[in-house]
Design a protein around this ligand. Structure first.
Ligand code: CA
Ligand code: CA
Length: 365
């Protein structure tokens, strides 16, 4: 009987023909992939009538041995899989550690650069996106390759965004309209934002305090103090995640806002996106960027025409350092995002880290 014929036999007939299976019929259905696989691998042995095997102690012993072999096979396979997974995991961890310390070295380089500032009255970001502490000290930002791997350092200024802790109702309304929210809803949401950060428990006309948040399916309380992070807005009544992150009808406002800093906006560091949001014309944006070229070196005073937009500072205290590093011959990349608060002191600067987040990513293609 050839294999082709075997495969086409229904199971009861199959037993009567003088063959049996490794597994009793109830465990192998005729059409199951297991049955077919077993057939293909010649797991079927020509022997005797199936019913006889059930009553025959030799047959039962044989089946038990075969079962043990199958179990041993499964255990061995699992062991090899575990070992393979374990060594891949160890390799990833090793690569991640190397990339992490490379990222930390990038962070320290950025921090030292910020501390080396010779001109406390002034900082600027040039039209290529490099942060300058003064006109002379060459920036450390951008991508660079070293013997240890690749590092990308970015420094941005938190004092170049709209601070939602200090924003007035007009600014908040503009942000919400930017996210595609109707005038009516925006007014209600603003009341809730004000209630969220004011210390009292009296709610504004359309606002919300503890009694609203405590009635939610997953209850919590109103913050009653400043926002720590922009993402915290998602907890406020009426604010949907798409307003913050985008993906709805309007645009995301996450890149326009901050919760760090003094509420000032540095004309020397503010992004084009924020300037456009503030209502500056393309011509005015170009004029500002021209003054922020390497050669011009940024503004030393604020022209009246720009201060009306709220661009009221030329130096920066709260700076975001973002470092992405990949060690050589590694596919694990490590990332650090930190916000440091830099304050001029009697000698040099005092620096406080007010935000720190680290993550790793497998960039194997
Ligand atoms: Ca400076
Ligand atoms: Ca409140």
């Amino acid at each position: 009987m050839n294999r082709h014929k075997l495969e086409n036999l229904p199971s009861p007939l199959f037993a009567k023909e003088g063959y049996y299976y490794l597994l009793p019929p109830p465990l192998i259905r005729r059409n199951s992939s297991l049955w077919k696989r077993e057939v293909r691998r010649d797991f079927i042995i020509k022997c005797r009538y199936y019913p006889e095997i059930i009553n025959n102690s030799d047959g039962i012993a044989l089946m038990m041995v075969l079962w043990v072999l199958v179990l041993l096979g499964i255990i061995t396979l699992n062991y090899f899989n575990y070992n393979r997974w374990n060594s891949a995991s160890t390799r990833n961890m090793k690569e991640e550690t190397r990339s992490y310390y490379l990222a930390v070295s990038g962070y320290n380089e950025a921090l030292n650069y910020l501390m080396s500032d010779k001109d406390t009255s002034f900082d600027f970001i040039d039209d290529e996106g490099n942060f300058w502490v003064d006109k002379e000290t060459q920036p450390v930002t951008g991508k660079k390759s070293t013997g240890d791997g690749e590092i990308d350092i970015k420094i941005t200024d938190e004092d170049s965004r709209i601070n939602i802790n200090f924003a007035n109702t007009e600014q908040l309304k503009k942000l919400l309209l930017h996210a595609g929210i109707s005038q009516e809803s925006a007014i209600e949401i603003i009341d809730s934002i004000l209630d969220w950060k004011d210390p009292d428990r009296e709610h504004h006309l359309s606002g919300a305090e503890d009694e609203y948040y405590e009635g939610l399916e997953e209850p919590y309380k109103a913050k009653n103090t400043f926002f720590d992070l922009p993402e915290e807005l998602a907890l406020v009544k009426g604010i949907k995640p798409e307003y913050i992150y985008g993906g709805g009808e309007g645009k995301s406002f996450l890149n326009l806002i901050t919760t760090f800093g003094r509420g000032n906006m540095n004309i020397n560091t503010v992004s084009k996106e924020v300037m456009q949001f503030l209502g500056l014309s393309d011509f005015e944006v170009e004029a500002i960027m021209k003054q922020r070229s390497r050669d011009a070196g940024g503004f030393r005073f604020i022209p009246q025409q720009f201060s009306v937009y709220g661009l009221n500072s030329i130096s920066s205290n709260d700076l975001k350092i973002e470092v992405t590093a990949t060690a050589s011959n590694s596919k694990m990349s490590s990332r650090i995002v930190a916000v440091v608060r830099r304050q001029p002191a009697a000698k040099g600067y005092k620096v406080q880290t007010v935000y720190w987040r680290e993550s790793a990513e497998n960039i194997r293609s």
